[in-house]
Design a protein. Structure first.
Length: 128
C-alpha cells in the first residue's frame, strides 16, 4: 500500500504527459544564481520538441527570464542545442523537463546546470 502512495505522490509533481508524448527530465538539484536548461540533438534526424521548462519542487514552472534561443514547438536539427536561462536566488530545487511527441527521444540529451554568483558551476544533472 505504501508504494502506491509514493508513486501517486511523485506522479502529481508535474503536468501529466499527453497520450503518445515522451517526457525527458533531469533529476532535482539545488539552484544557484543562474540556471541553464539545455536540450541537444545528437542524432542524425530532426526531433520535434513540444516544450521545455524548468520545474520547481512543487511542480510549477519557473519563468526563464534571461534568454531562450528556441521557441517551442520546434524541430531541433541534428547538432543543435536549445537553451533556456534564468537568474534568481533562493529558488530551492528544480528539474529541467523536455516534452516531445514525434522523433527519437534517444537522440536528445537534456541537462540542467546551475552556477554560483561568481560563475563557478554548482551542480549539473542529466536527463533520462
Amino acid at each position: 500500500m505504501r508504494k502506491r502512495w509514493v508513486l501517486t505522490l511523485f506522479a502529481g509533481l508535474g503536468a501529466p504527459a499527453l497520450a503518445g508524448e515522451t517526457v525527458i527530465a533531469t533529476g532535482m538539484i539545488d539552484l544557484g544564481s543562474k540556471q541553464v536548461c539545455n536540450v541537444a540533438n545528437v542524432g542524425t534526424k530532426a526531433v520535434l520538441v513540444d516544450g521545455m521548462r524548468l520545474v520547481g519542487f512543487e511542480g510549477g514552472a519557473i519563468t526563464t527570464n534571461l534568454q531562450n534561443n528556441c521557441s517551442f514547438p520546434a524541430g531541433i536539427s541534428p547538432g543543435l542545442t536549445c537553451s533556456q536561462v534564468t537568474s534568481a536566488l533562493d529558488l530551492g530545487t528544480a528539474r529541467c523537463e523536455v516534452r516531445l511527441s514525434h522523433g527519437n527521444a534517444k537522440s536528445l540529451r537534456v541537462t540542467l546546470e546551475t552556477s554560483a554568483l561568481d560563475g563557478t558551476n554548482r551542480a549539473t544533472s542529466e536527463g533520462r
